[in-house]
Every structure is written in C-alpha cells, then in structure tokens.
Design a protein. Structure first.
Length: 159
C-alpha cells in the first residue's frame, strides 16, 4: 500500500524515526484541501509513543478542520535540526520523518485534556504556565489525533 523508500541507503531505522519525532519541535501537516489542492501547514505537536499517535491542537474550525472532515487521510513531516559533519562545510545533514495516517478530532474529554497538557509541557517553560493555558482554553480548543499507519525516515545531505 505504501511505497518503499527509493534511496534505501539513507533510510532511518524505526528507532531513529521515533527519536526525530520525540525531539522535533514542529512539523508540517498536509491534508486534502479545497478543490483537490493539498493544504500543508506548519504545526506544533506531541508524539505519544504508547498510542502510536501524534497529537495537534488548534481551533475547531477553519480550512484544516474542513479538510479533515472531508478526508481523514493526512501526511505529517518532521525535520531534525541538522548538523555539520565538518565546520568548514556549508551544507547540513538532517533527518526527515514522514508519517501517513488517519486523523480525527478527539472527543474523549480525559484524552483531550491529557494531550493538551502534553503539548503544553513540550513548549511552555513551567507547569504553572501550562495549568493556566489549559484552564483558559480547554473548553474551546480542538485536539486532533493522527493514528500512524506508515512511517519512514531518511538522512538527507544537502550537498
């Protein structure tokens, strides 16, 4: 169903892919947008290894939500920070992970709150700041769960 990677020598292991997902700060979520055009947006996320899912937060309306309601098939991509193997090089190496799966709006209030906290703890400086934002937004924030069906990753050399 999903294509095998063409440049197999650059393929990351599952453990390396998970490391990129855990350490990454932002990714790009691509949905099937209006009139068949892809719609891709940069977005914060939390990878939940136990559930094999990625969670996102945002408004409960708009282009992204309309697109998800039409088609639950999405792609999500995360890039690592990148590094230079030699300080004299102008190019970077970085790892890239691409996920394919199906996304849905989380309706379970306990899971919604749990994942909003997890996202907050990833980005906010203190637990107190997370407590404040969760209390202020929990009633109107939308949490999305991407259930991963396929994951691949590769190491990219810009040169």
């Amino acid at each position: 169903m999903f294509r095998a990677m063409r440049r197999i020598k650059q393929q990351l292991s599952e453990a390396e892919c998970i490391k990129v997902l855990k350490e990454g700060k932002r990714g790009t979520l691509a949905v099937c947008g209006d009139d068949g055009y892809p719609y891709a947006i940069p977005i914060d996320y939390h990878y939940d290894a136990e559930r094999g899912s990625v969670f996102f937060h945002g408004a409960g309306e708009g282009h992204k939500i309309d697109s998800i309601r039409r088609s639950d098939k999405v792609t999500f991509n995360v890039l690592s920070e990148g590094w230079k193997e030699n300080p004299d090089n102008w190019w970077l190496k970085f790892n890239s992970v691409t996920l394919f799966g199906r996304i849905h709006i989380v309706e379970d209030e306990a899971l919604k709150k749990q994942e909003l906290y997890a996202i907050g703890l990833k980005y906010y400086p203190t637990k107190e700041a997370v407590d404040a934002i969760v209390q202020r937004t929990i009633d109107h924030v939308c949490i999305l769960e991407l259930k991963i069906e396929h994951m691949s990753g590769k190491q990219v050399n810009e040169k």
